[in-house]
Design a protein around this ligand. Sequence first.
Ligand code: HSE
Length: 323
Amino acid sequence: MKQIKIGLLGMGNIGTGTYKTLEMNRERITANAGVELVISKILEKDLARKRDVTVTPEQFTQEPADILESPDTDIVIELLGGTEPATDFMLTAMHNGKHVVTANKAAVAANYDKLMGAARANRVMFRFEASVGGGIPILNALTAPLLANEYEEIRGILNGTTNYILTQMAEGGLSYGDALQSAQAQGFAEADPTADVEGHDVANKLSILISLAFGKRVPPEAIPTVGITGLTMRDIEKAAADGGKLKLIALAKRTGGGLEYSVGPTFVPNGHPLAGVRNEFNAIFVKGNAVGELMFYGRGAGPLPTGSAVMGDVIEIARALAR
Ligand code: HSE
């Protein structure tokens, strides 16, 4: 059977989850891809970390060129996080004719035009489903089955870490600090969780959604953004007394004057479906002028849900290559 060789940049939480997804479902993935997928090289410094997957020392490299320049790499999966060197690595990979899959919302949001342009110029596939909503196939939904719509509104919970913290605090489980620690231990939080709790991670994701749904580039720093660090237990208790919950909500909405967008803590009444979205789950409401209202719901963070989305993109590319 034809083999497709994959180079993995980064084997932290999501890299390990991606590897594990392939290992766990290899037979099904091979059948779906129509080719055998082999992770031949992994760029990673931390070789001591316990990973709970079968990986050999020969797979690891410290040298980006072993993946980016190698004639043996067909697909590069970028899971380093952060804008650089991730963007530079993805551009080099595309320049060298490699297809690229990433979960990196910071890099995609910051360099959307550059990355899309490089994919077009080099005639390679570039996919980033895992960058928004973890395991929820929201980007695919917006850019394939819903293409017949003019989008009117996107509203949702797009960060697992902060939703986990707010849920734990509201339900009396954990304090802010303990909940953040638990989110980090479960692999939900960013390497520097400031991006989560200050709302920047959500702004990155909203920027990507706006590009795809509204065809407009709004850089994340142009989105008015408030995180959850200013919220107190008293705010959360007041929301409960008023019959609702505080949720970190991302909103993009077409108005008479153009497009309105923001990220910030918002009161959601208990009857509203977003109020029932607990812990690391995310949910995204989409309003299209033909389809009406839709809601997408699932795990928005975590190694396996995100690994599922990454591997979905890889399989799509592999299928196209097999054809
Ligand atoms: N830190 C992110 C979150 C990971 O908590 O949602 C998934 O993008």
